[in-house]
Write a protein that binds this ligand. Structure first.
Ligand SMILES: Nc1ncnc2c1ncn2[C@@H]1O[C@H](COP(=O)(O)OP(=O)(O)OP(=O)(O)O)[C@@H](O)[C@H]1O
Length: 228
């Protein structure tokens, strides 16, 4: 599903962000990516999203080498590989419904499909009664659920979550984790970058730990094991 093969990433100033990086993530896995600040986690995500290119090596998403993908084809990659962020990134002038519908309009879904799919996804993330609200009228947890709904509305095979609970209190963070686990159970591969020790330790999923651009630990049912 996701394969990094001998990837090296050196930024302009000679900073080596990833070194001999090899990682395989199978379809349907739930993987935590952990490590101290500067370890290379964001670089990993940027390479996957093709926001950065590796200096060496290949990156396969569903058996396709994305380093060889032309700029024109990036929108197709993004359909398969969706991302949510710590700061939600919702469109402030659109309602909850419109924020999600917009993600479908971008890929030219029919209005019939949109009318069917958006309420279904809103139900799934528990926000059916908030469809007409604007982002500023929602709590942090609700905003993150909207961003999850938007990310999965086009049925991506992979969901990347970049510190999705970073702005949330512990209780709300757990609600978000339940939603992510539910999405994973439906077959979506989830890769989550996090500094949330409690969550990693409790969830008992695969943990890939990075330090200075290298994988130092890769455990099934792993723990966080860092003092932040
Ligand atoms: N655009 C860039 N230009 C130069 N160096 C960069 C750039 N982006 C990241 N780096 C460097 O690459 C290394 C890895 O950074 P990266 O952002 O991937 O770490 P991270 O694990 O995501 O950290 P954090 O947990 O703080 O987000 C760091 O030394 C960082 O300073």
């Amino acid at each position: 599903m996701i394969q990094f093969k001998n990837v090296n990433k050196t930024y302009n100033k000679g900073i080596q962000a990833l070194t001999n990086f090899n990682l395989n993530i199978e379809k349907g896995e739930f993987v935590f990516l952990v490590g101290p600040s500067g370890a290379g986690k964001s670089t990993f995500i940027k390479l996957l999203l093709k926001e950065e290119e590796p200096t060496e090596g290949s990156i396969l998403v569903e058996n396709q080498d994305i380093t060889k993908l032309s700029k024109r084809k990036i929108p197709y990659l993004r359909r398969n590989l969706s991302v949510i962020f710590q700061d939600f990134r919702l469109l402030p002038n659109k309602t909850v419904y419109e924020n999600i519908a917009f993600a479908m309009e971008v890929i030219e879904a029919s209005s019939k499909e949109i009318r069917r799919q958006v309420p279904m996804i809103l139900g799934m993330v528990g926000l059916s009664d908030k469809a007409k609200q604007y982002p500023h009228q929602l709590s942090g947890g609700e905003r993150q659920r909207v961003s999850i709904a938007r990310a999965i509305v086009n049925n991506p095979s992979i969901l990347i979550a970049d510190e999705p609970t970073g702005n949330l209190d512990p209780e709300t963070a757990w609600e978000i984790m339940k939603v992510l686990k539910q999405i994973n159970r439906r077959g979506t591969t989830v890769v989550m970058v996090t500094h949330a020790k409690d969550i990693v330790d409790t969830m008992q999923q695969r943990v890939v730990a990075l330090e200075k651009g290298r994988i130092v630990r890769d455990e099934h049912r792993g723990a966080y094991d860092y003092e932040d």
